[in-house]
Design a binder for this molecule. Structure first.
Ligand SMILES: Cc1cc2nc3c(=O)[nH]c(=O)nc-3n(C[C@H](O)[C@H](O)[C@H](O)COP(=O)(O)OP(=O)(O)OC[C@H]3O[C@@H](n4cnc5c(N)ncnc54)[C@H](O)[C@@H]3O)c2cc1C
Ligand SMILES: *[C@@H]1O[C@H](CO)[C@@H](O)[C@H](O)[C@H]1NC(C)=O
Ligand SMILES: *[C@@H]1O[C@H](CO)[C@@H](O)[C@H](O)[C@H]1NC(C)=O
Ligand SMILES: *[C@@H]1O[C@H](CO)[C@@H](O)[C@H](O)[C@H]1NC(C)=O
Ligand SMILES: *[C@@H]1O[C@H](CO)[C@@H](O)[C@H](O)[C@H]1NC(C)=O
Ligand SMILES: *[C@@H]1O[C@H](CO)[C@@H](O)[C@H](O)[C@H]1NC(C)=O
Ligand SMILES: *[C@@H]1O[C@H](CO)[C@@H](O)[C@H](O)[C@H]1NC(C)=O
Ligand SMILES: *[C@@H]1O[C@H](CO)[C@@H](O)[C@H](O)[C@H]1NC(C)=O
Length: 603
């Protein structure tokens, strides 16, 4: 089967892979589990050292960053410095085994527990390969299969979890956060750490689908690097609103929404070709004409499961001016009724806004509604004013106070840095203590009908009704195939995205001063009130797999829709033994975690 689909095999590992060895664990008599440290089947030092030899010394025995906070390596000064920067992405992502999710960190080794508490690995990986080439990946996969060791792929370790580290330090709380998928870590794992694959190159691409400028980037390239490189070539490319997220890992493979999406489509729509190493060690190209099914699955079907991406080549676009706006409707100085009427007018206007090629990030609480930023490619300040005029006229008629500020920058990078910078890292995500529970995609037809638009606004209102720091935000964008310039069969982005005009993310606050049960009440509110209300206005829609909740009901259909079965069969074709596993990834039903954290074949 492979010979027919892998038309352009660049490299085949000369070492034939053995079938997944069956683990014989010391504590679990079932013979269908992978091995974790302590099991008899866990590879010995000699085996690890042999692996290291085959990959030119690129194997890392991981040590958690916070080992300086615990005996026997306790260093008070180093630990205090680490505690101050713990919540910043740039503290975590350059490290081979750190991840940004406190839930998965699970306090097994962090700066906030007692120095006398042992630093343990918990959910952290045991070893990481500092990947520099496809051959490193093939060797690591071969080793993992031979020794029944779990594999994870980590790029940045970005997880959609924000937390307030100051309160975290002061109150030494019991941390439970509900937005995390933990897709780039795992107990007893060998991590394929792609962070250092920073190659960036530009080319004039030519294929039957596309002729024009393109950018090729290694698997470790992050948005801030890609944006800067593109800008220096007079180009712009599609990435997300967080500058430190990696592009070719979770972002593009998961679909990828961008402040530029209403003009160019989703991240996955930009892919010209992938360079991949499959579970069986084959190094190949996947494009609309070669290994088409793998191309289709990788372009939107979720990260971490079909193969290891080495690089991706994406469309690039000629740069130019980008208009922008900041808008704020504040309840101070108006009534509750007028405030929500103003919000309703915003969403009534959204279809016209996206049709002009613009995209808006917004957020609402019970006291204010903020848009930051509106991104309007190609527009001058006057053109942004014209775009806003019908909406602002309605707001003025209502007598609702609104703050606006309008910009136009010569390049996308300058626009991005103004609203979502400072570059390279963006604002530190502090003072937001949230339990994110994922969200919902809202179809365009809901906003186009004044009655259902009001139903939507009522759901939004309900979501922030408890007050405090309850916030619901999202992106207003429109990226159907006509905008993306492709057709429905071209990739596996969740079809619901194509009819959607909003992706909504609801947050409940975490209050460290109240009991766990009170915090659970916040989560319950989201699960029992907010999400059902949003689902009621968008019953046939879905949810974005990258900004989601582990508890999502029917995740296969919510995250992948009608594509699920085909994605599952493509996964089987390229990864017949389900070597790649990640929570809620396609095919992850094949494994279940046992009480000790081992992955075992589901029965
Ligand atoms: C602050 C913040 C803002 C965000 N803003 C946006 C946004 O504007 N738009 C948007 O669409 N999303 C956004 N996201 C979500 C983001 O796209 C996902 O978190 C994404 O999964 C991150 O990908 P990563 O590769 O950086 O992270 P990782 O956690 O390292 O990887 C995520 C998944 O991809 C897999 N993966 C990574 N590298 C590879 C590879 N080379 N080959 C195969 N699989 C791989 C991993 O195994 C894992 O399953 C945001 C997230 C955060 C935390
Ligand atoms: C792998 O080899 C390199 C170079 O010899 C060495 O520095 C590193 O510690 C080794 N890794 C492990 C896990 O032994
Ligand atoms: C966190 O650790 C505790 C033991 O300390 C364990 O019971 C729990 O399952 C762990 N949670 C996760 C998400 O790993
Ligand atoms: C990983 O490899 C890169 C070179 O590819 C090197 O610069 C970096 O120091 C290595 N990192 C670690 C932690 O070994
Ligand atoms: C692409 O082609 C244009 C026009 O011929 C040329 O100016 C540019 O340098 C080329 N870019 C690359 C990366 O080769
Ligand atoms: C609303 O306006 C008041 C008065 O100008 C100001 O104090 C407050 O900070 C504003 N609220 C928000 C959320 O911006
Ligand atoms: C508008 O939405 C309402 C409420 O969902 C619905 O009853 C009505 O049929 C819709 N109208 C049209 C024209 O779709
Ligand atoms: C809005 O939130 C504030 C706290 O920010 C709270 O004091 C107030 O009671 C809330 N108002 C409503 C109407 O819920």
């Amino acid at each position: 089967m492979f010979s027919s689909i892998e038309s352009r095999l660049l490299f085949v590992s000369s070492l034939l892979l053995s079938p997944l060895a069956v683990a014989q664990s010391s504590t679990n008599s079932a013979s269908t589990c992978l091995c974790i440290p302590g099991d008899k089947c866990w590879p010995d030092l000699k085996a690890w050292s042999q692996l290291n030899h085959t990959i030119q010394g690129r194997l890392i025995k991981t040590t958690p960053l916070a080992s300086v906070c615990h005996e026997p390596y306790y260093d008070e000064e180093a630990c205090n410095s680490l505690a101050e920067v713990w919540s910043l992405p740039q503290t975590q992502y350059p490290h081979p085994s750190e991840i940004m999710s406190p839930y998965w960190q699970n306090r097994s080794c962090d700066p906030f527990t007692s120095p006398s508490k042992a630093c343990t690995l918990g959910n952290y990986v045991d070893y990481a390969v500092n990947i520099s080439s496809a051959d490193d990946v093939s060797q690591a996969l071969r080793f993992a299969q031979k020794h029944s060791v779990r594999v994870v792929i980590k790029n940045t370790g970005h997880e959609l979890v924000y937390f307030n580290y100051i309160l975290y330090i002061q109150l030494k709380f019991e941390l439970i956060i509900f937005s995390y998928l933990g897709k780039s870590t795992g107990k007893g794992s060998l991590s394929l750490w792609t962070h250092n694959m920073k190659y960036v190159g530009f080319l004039n691409y030519s294929s039957t689908e596309y002729t024009g400028p393109a950018m090729k980037m290694g698997a470790g390239v992050q948005a801030f690097e890609a944006y800067a490189a593109a800008a220096s070539h007079g180009l712009r490319i599609i990435g997300g609103s967080c500058a430190t997220v990696g592009l070719s890992g979770g972002f593009i493979q998961g679909g990828g929404h961008s402040p530029l999406s209403s003009t160019y489509g989703m991240g996955a729509d930009q892919v010209l070709e992938w360079e991949v190493v499959t579970a069986t060690g084959k190094h190949l190209i996947a494009s609309p004409t070669e290994n088409k099914d793998l191309y289709w699955a990788l372009s939107g079907g979720g990260g971490g499961t079909y193969g290891v991406v080495i690089s991706v080549t994406v469309k690039a676009f000629k740069d130019g001016i980008v208009g922008g706006a900041y808008l704020e409707i504040n309840k101070t100085g108006t009534t509750d009724e007028k405030f929500w009427k103003g919000v309703e007018e915003f969403f009534n206007w959204v279809p016209d806004m996206v049709d002009s090629g613009s995209t808006a990030l917004f957020s609402t609480s019970n006291t204010s509604f903020v848009v930051i930023p509106l991104t309007a490619p190609g527009k001058s300040e006057d053109e942004v004013k014209d775009l806003l005029q019908p909406f602002l006229a309605k707001i003025n008629d209502l007598g609702v106070p609104i703050t606006t500020s309008i910009t136009s920058f010569p390049t996308y990078l300058e626009h991005f840095a103004h609203y979502l910078g400072p570059m390279p890292y963006g604002l530190p995500l502090i003072n937001i203590v949230d339990v994110s529970i994922g969200g919902r995609l809202i179809p365009r037809k809901v906003l186009e009908n004044v009655t259902s638009n009001l139903d939507f606004v009522d759901a939004l209102k309900l979501s922030v009704q408890p007050g405090g720091d309850y916030q619901t935000g999202g992106i207003a964008l429109y990226a159907p195939h006509s905008v993306a310039g492709n057709d429905p069969s071209s990739n596996s982005v969740l079809p619901a995205w194509r009819d959607s005009i909003l992706t909504i993310l609801a947050f409940a606050p975490w209050d460290f001063k109240v009991s766990l049960s009170n915090n659970m009440a916040g989560d319950d509110y989201l699960n029992q009130v907010t999400i059902p209300a949003l689902t009621a206005v968008a019953p046939d829609s879905g949810a974005y797999l990258n900004e989601a909740n582990l508890q999502q009901d029917h995740w296969q259909s919510a995250f992948y829709g009608a594509n699920y079965d085909r994605l599952r069969s493509i996964k089987k074709m390229y990864d017949p033994k389900d070597l790649f596993f990640a929570n809620t990834a396609v095919g992850s039903e094949a494994w279940t975690q046992d009480g000790d954290g081992r992955l075992c074949r589901s029965t």
